[in-house]
Ligand binder design. Structure first.
Ligand code: IPE
Ligand code: IPE
Ligand code: MG
Length: 247
């Protein structure tokens, strides 16, 4: 398959400036399964395959940072079997990444509150991060048990602790300090956030980091999302006029 697909209007992504950091809210797995009369878990299995392909594609076209929203701090509200199925898929991916991606260039990171994960899950998370940390390719942030509000709460607690211990003073607290204390510290903010499944909301994704992100809401369910959809979002992004509050 050609790496650079031509989108409908015949602009190739070779000809445009690509975002440095893309965020994707991988939504619509349940609806995809329902449409086919399948259990929701089948949608998550299909969505996990899409994730593998799209992450690879982003790396191939030279995206520097990709953050995928895989499981939110609110997704625990779902039925136990569904949560277990998602955790199982997560585990399978982590084992596959350790065993099969040894010569890969992708740097894998996990963002979210990992304190709730079992010791074996934690070990897999840490091994993935450790094994990939010296690579020079795309940084792939996998947001698991991630919530934008939860992330800000953690950052505020860290900063408050430092103030309490006299390491920082109240006057040291600024936007940069908060950016330095969130999960994506040292990484650039997302330029483009893609939400398949047609929902017009953030659902608690990258709240702090998305202050000036461009949103692209797409009417496709995540398991049906193809590299052509990504190209379309990239071309749409290239046409946007980002002003960052200026003129
Ligand atoms: C996204 O798909 C996956 C997770 C939130 C874990 P959904 O499961 O939310 O699919 P819909 O939105 O119900 O179709
Ligand atoms: C957001 O999707 C979370 C992920 C894709 C992981 P949800 O399906 O949980 O969001 P809502 O409930 O539609 O807002
Ligand atoms: Mg959903």
């Amino acid at each position: 398959m050609a790496i650079f697909n031509k989108a409908k209007d015949n602009i190739s992504i070779k000809d445009i400036e690509l975002p440095e950091h893309i965020g994707i809210i991988m939504d619509g797995n349940g609806r995809w399964a329902k449409k086919r009369g399948l259990p929701r878990t089948a949608g998550h299995t299909a969505g996990a395959q899409t994730f593998r392909k799209i992450a690879r594609y982003c790396s191939d076209i030279g995206i520097k940072y990709l953050t995928v929203y895989a499981f939110s701090t609110e997704n625990w509200k779902r039925p136990k079997e569904e949560v277990n199925a998602i955790m199982k898929l997560f585990k399978e991916y982590m084992i596959e990444a350790i065993n099969d991606f040894q010569d890969d260039s992708i740097v894998v990171k996990f963002i979210g509150d990992r304190s709730v994960f079992s010791p074996d899950m934690l070990e897999l998370i840490e091994r993935n991060e450790q094994d990939s940390k010296d690579r020079d390719g795309m940084v792939l942030n996998i947001a698991m048990n991630y919530g934008g509000r939860d992330e800000i709460v953690h950052a505020v607690r860290n900063i408050a602790q430092d103030v309490k211990e006299g390491i920082l003073s109240v006057d040291d607290i600024d936007a940069q300090l908060i950016s330095d204390n969130i999960y994506t510290a040292t990484q650039p903010d997302p330029d483009l956030i893609i939400r398949p499944s047609g929902e017009y909301r953030t659902s608690n994704f990258l709240l702090w980091q998305s202050a000036y992100a461009e949103y692209c809401i797409m009417d496709v369910l995540w398991p049906d999302f193809k590299s052509e959809h990504l190209d379309k979002a990239l071309i749409e992004f290239a046409k946007r006029n980002r002003r960052f509050g200026g003129i």
